[in-house]
Write a protein of this length. Sequence first.
Length: 163
Amino acid sequence: MTLDDTQRKKVAQWIADGLKLSDIQNRLASELDVRMTYMDVRFLVDDLKLTPKDIEPPKPIVPAMPAAPTPAATAPAPIAGTESAAAPAGAAGSVSVSVDQLARPGAVVSGKVTFGDGKQADWYIDQSGRLGLAPQQAGYRPSPADLQQFQILLESELGRMGM
């Protein structure tokens, strides 16, 4: 269906006003008595070389995982001979993050993380936007510095993927 120049100018004005394509479709029907499918409206806007204004979506908030305090009385004793073999926790650039091609069941996105001490964990973000960690070693808790670096790297990686 073709529109005349005044109708095209109205559509251009609606786009400039920030209306969504569905709103334009409704206004075409109510104000101009022109019935179009949503796809036809998309093609019309494209043919007129107009670009709808995208309202900036709110950035998802990934809640920080609180580090549980580990009092010295409840902290496990180090195993003899392993102190020198362990890498220093929180060393710069020591945390690495990867994103799975297919998210694990129940998650929107998931992946793996290797912390500064070499310990690995699976991470996931559920439908509510909550970040979860599933360490491979039961009871493992990464250092607060490693957690902070993990969250920064995760946000960067997901941003690069457009999430």
